[in-house]
Design a protein around this ligand. Sequence first.
Ligand SMILES: Cc1ncc(C[n+]2csc(CCOP(=O)(O)OP(=O)(O)O)c2C)c(N)n1
Length: 566
Amino acid sequence: MPETTAPVPPWIPAPRPTGSGAVDQSVALWSALAGLGLREAVLAPGSRSAPLVYALAAGEVDGRIRAHVRIDERAAAYTALGIGRHDPARPAAVVTTSGTATAHLHAAVMEAHHSRIPLLVLTADRPAELREVGANQTTRQAGLFGSLVRLAVDLPAPAAEAASATELRTAVSTAARALAVATGEHPGPVHLNLSFRDPLVPRPLPAEPGPAPARIVLTRRTRPAPPTPEPVPVDARTVVVAGDGAGAAAAELAERHHLPLLAEPMSGARHGTTLVPGHPALLREVMADDRHPLRPSRALVLGRPTLSRSVVGALLGAEDVEVIVVDPGPDWPDVARRAQRVVPAAVGEETGPVDLPARQRHLAAWRTAATAAAAALPDSWQRRAALAVWEASTAQDVLVLGSSSLVRDLEQHAGTTRARVIANRGLAGIDGTTAMAGGIALAQERAATGAPGRVRLLVGDLTALHDLTGLLVGPEEPRPALDVIVVDDGGGRIFSGLEHAAAPPALLRRFFTTPHGADIAAAATALGAPAQLLPPSALPAALSAAGEGLRVLVVQETPREVSNNS
Ligand SMILES: Cc1ncc(C[n+]2csc(CCOP(=O)(O)OP(=O)(O)O)c2C)c(N)n1
């Protein structure tokens, strides 16, 4: 079902009275959001949010917003986050009932804030007369997300039987503002706390429904224009660092000036002729030696680098390296607090004459030395599994990476890619990853004009176990077409590579590695996701086998029992 972009109407029809002010208001709200281009809503079951459910089926809204239902609110929120990640111009709404349900959205809201992903959070609440009096499932959820949201509105409940013209106009204008802010200059999450008074369901109308306005103005805010590039100095000893979200601009900048490109896997810039694959190990050597011939004197930083200490600490923290950050947002990355300039977008300006052959030799030296430094690192089956998934991903595909060692294996050892690579690097949580990838897969399928590329998720076993409910997609729900590849090495491998490796083995094992003994393939199967258990050698063939729907490939070095439950 490819998407179409309909023009935004200047107004929406006022909802036909439903006998419930809460449902009237919800119809107006969805109708406004649909008019402004919102296409997807992820809902978790609950009673207080019922008006929003009934309203989705109302004639004014029906068929314009696709609904997805998830039992776990965290999975619902991460699914919505994934939809917004796929196309930030088309964010999704997540809807919950009141009470503890709202707290389960917090992690996804945090990630959306730090990753600048639009996300519309709609929480249902009791009206003012039922707050702070011990009413069931009623808590202080207005403003719950604090400074993590770009906008928080606690909308009063409309009148019980019918929403007034002012109440409807307020809901519509608030929804329009929320969507505009979420997708505006500083994209991110917004929160509407919606109070609903009984009745929560449509009811037979009284004989004389009150007068309703014929139509309600729909505010459309102009999208922010892309920033104007500003000149930034470049010379032979400049490198380009591409972190999360850098995009192709980083690769273009590096290529135009023949500069070494140090690009993270999910930078959107892991391509081009100047990419230095395997840069982290080399950079450790380079930055440890003041007189190293490859030592840079300037770093242009695009996107937000988080993966390698050799980049974030050693390079960007070095006294002899001038740091220029290219970022349009107010929360630009500058962990070492050494950025001399921040520009919203950049165009390189050579500081002197360019000796092209010398620059090409310099670049070749970077690439050769990086390959040698990477080759000296110990091999692992986990790395080979990660590379198999990387190499299976073509330009039409999306590869979603969990947070942990696999993304670092790829940063160190993967080559170029034209696939879209996505990771929750906002806070690098191991939570919600499967649900987020599911959201991406749903959006990918909807946006495709032809056959959609395959969406694959690559995660460690703890990350997979942390979000098992991300696999729980009910039989009546649109099903994401997603391959979940779990590299199951019996716990968190990452900690053995950090300073904790020096801890007593029993302590490292129990408190950091966290062995679990869980049968992930069986758990996935129990949740309705077909699963296979396989050795690393069988992964390439399993990846190329035509996958349909949601399937889980659990890779173990020596599978406890090679099975095929699919
Ligand atoms: C929600 C959350 N809790 C804890 C962490 C800390 N953490 C980072 S990586 C990791 C272990 C991940 O293990 P696994 O998914 O098996 O990947 P591996 O390290 O084996 O590659 C943990 C617990 C986190 N990032 N997010």
